[in-house]
Design a protein around this ligand. Structure first.
Ligand code: NAP
Ligand code: MG
Length: 467
């Protein structure tokens, strides 16, 4: 396929407010780049006036949407899912080119987004059964702010439960990946969601800040960095408005000496190099039992040497593009700090394309727990290896970060899996696998990884008053 053949990209994208794509009030726009860092299209920077208009449109749509028969709401959500599925290839291209995700990762994300819409569509007319003995009522207008990784999937995680529960929404996608959300807006428009039920405001952090602070918003749902999550929490403090935060992570992927090592190596690679490590629940710390540390790291390096980094649209690519120059700078800065601290870096010896933002899959050994590369989220294809001797030491090290989003355990012993899952402060613990998702299972963090759960009935409850 030649570049852009399947994807028809316009030059300028507008905001989606009240069921229409009007111009931004202030008329200011900015340049959006593609996966190779080339100019791609212009998007609007939504102003305060646009925020007011969008919240007003969402407010106006509340009685109609919350009062619609639950069956009818479900039907419309199914239609969105069907239409996304029908445009799967276009959305795969869209996600790959906007995020830098490989075709494989983008296809996986599109399929998972469809699953999420279907799953929550099914709940729309069963809310009373989801919460027996309670009288679930929608909250009203939800402001939803999402990050640049998995732009279609994160939108599905946010929109599907909110809409199934009868709320209306103003969605703010990330500055670098706004077009995916707007294309979803086109689908939503064609699926005949009543006007104003979903509104999409593109722009940077200032737009997001104005949106979450708007008094007409009843609920804020945010996915992104811990730093911004804390700022939003401060803004909402004392307002009585509901808030859920899905923030960063620094997951431990723990490998015991009795684990099937070849499988574990695949799990480690998938855990940290999938989607260039642009994954909040990435297994960015490998905790390996001392007795097998050397052979495991050797195996891992041999496997890493086979990874192909490059053009996201090439179906043979394993690791795609870093989303932006700013993200590449952040990765490079943290990797330099690891080297300065005394850790040893090894990089897969792959070729990189000349143009764009790329980073070689990297593994650090000789890492102390205090190093920044063992504490801070890098959000790139960089793994830090630490060792342990006993299960207690593994748990202690796994829990030794301010985060608590996810973890992995690799062992032959079922009892050990259960024991560790109980003692680790992580919202999700995978056993002999990693990065598995199901719309029915809740996902979310402890500590600085946020609070509230998305997915499952927990994800519905976050958009309902259950008095
Ligand atoms: P980010 O900088 O925090 O941005 C997230 C979103 O918030 C973007 O739309 C951003 O707009 C907007 N924003 C920025 N400042 C704001 C403010 N003061 N008030 C309101 N909104 C504001 O995060 P990111 O760099 O896009 O994404 C990476 C982060 O997301 C990582 O930390 C990752 O772990 C986390 N994440 C968590 C999950 C989860 O489920 N726990 C899932 C995916 C990602 P701009 O784009 O203009 O900055
Ligand atoms: Mg940002």
């Amino acid at each position: 396929m030649g570049e852009g053949e399947r994807l028809d990209v316009r030059k300028t994208y507008k905001l989606y407010i009240g069921g229409r794509f009007p111009r931004t009030e202030s008329g200011r726009s900015y340049l959006v780049c593609d996966d190779k860092g080339r100019p791609w299209a212009n998007a609007c920077r939504a102003s305060r006036k646009d925020v007011r208009d969008a919240v007003q449109a969402a407010r106006k749509a509340v009685p109609g949407w919350s009062g619609a028969t639950a069956y009818n709401r479900g039907q419309i959500l199914y239609r969105v899912a069907e239409m996304l599925e029908g445009r799967r290839e276009q959305f795969v291209d869209q996600v790959a080119r906007s995020e830098g995700a490989t075709r494989r990762a983008a296809a996986d994300a599109v399929d998972k987004a469809v699953d999420r819409w279907v799953w929550y569509a099914g709940w729309a007319d069963k809310l009373d059964y989801a919460f027996p003995g309670r009288r679930p009522a929608p909250l009203g207008v939800a402001a939803q702010v999402i990050p640049w990784n998995f732009p279609l999937l994160m939108a599905a995680w946010k929109l599907a439960p909110a809409l199934a529960a009868g709320n209306t929404v103003v969605l703010k996608p990330a500055e670098t990946t706004p077009l995916t959300a707007l294309r979803l807006g086109e689908v939503i428009q064609e699926a005949e969601l009543p006007e104003g039920v979903v509104n999409i405001l593109t722009g940077a952090g200032a737009t997001g800040a104005a949106l979450v602070a708007h008094p007409g918003v009843d609920k804020v749902a945010f996915t992104g960095s811990t730093e911004v999550g804390k700022a939003i929490q401060r803004t909402l403090a004392g307002s009585g408005r509901r808030l859920t935060l899905e923030l960063g992570g620094k997951a431990a992927n723990i490998v015991f000496e009795d684990a099937p090592l070849d499988q574990a190596v695949e799990g480690i690679v998938n855990g940290i190099y999938f989607n260039q490590g642009h994954v909040c629940c990435a297994g960015s710390r490998l905790l390996v039992q001392e007795s097998i540390a050397e052979p495991l790291v050797d195996k891992l390096k041999r496997r890493m040497a086979t990874l192909r980094v490059g053009d996201p649209l090439d179906k043979n690519t394993d690791v795609g593009a870093i989303n932006s120059l700013a993200q590449l700078d952040k990765i490079q800065e943290l990797v330099a700090s690891g080297e300065a601290d005394g850790a040893q870096a090894w990089q897969a010896p792959c070729e990189l394309p000349a143009r764009g933002f790329w980073f070689r899959p990297t593994v650090f050994t000789h890492v102390a727990q205090s190093y920044r590369i063992a504490q801070e989220e890098i959000f790139g294809p960089v793994l830090s290896v630490l060792t342990f001797r006993t299960p207690d030491e593994a748990v202690e090290k796994a829990n030794n970060t301010p985060y608590g989003l996810s973890a992995g355990v690799w062992t032959d012993k079922g009892s050990r899996i259960l024991d560790l899952a109980n003692r680790m402060r992580a919202g999700v613990v995978w056993a002999n696998t990693f990065n598995r998702f199901d719309p029915a299972s809740p996902f979310g963090g402890y500590q600085e990884s946020g609070f509230g759960r998305e997915g499952g009935r927990h994800g519905l409850a976050a958009y309902l008053d259950l008095s």
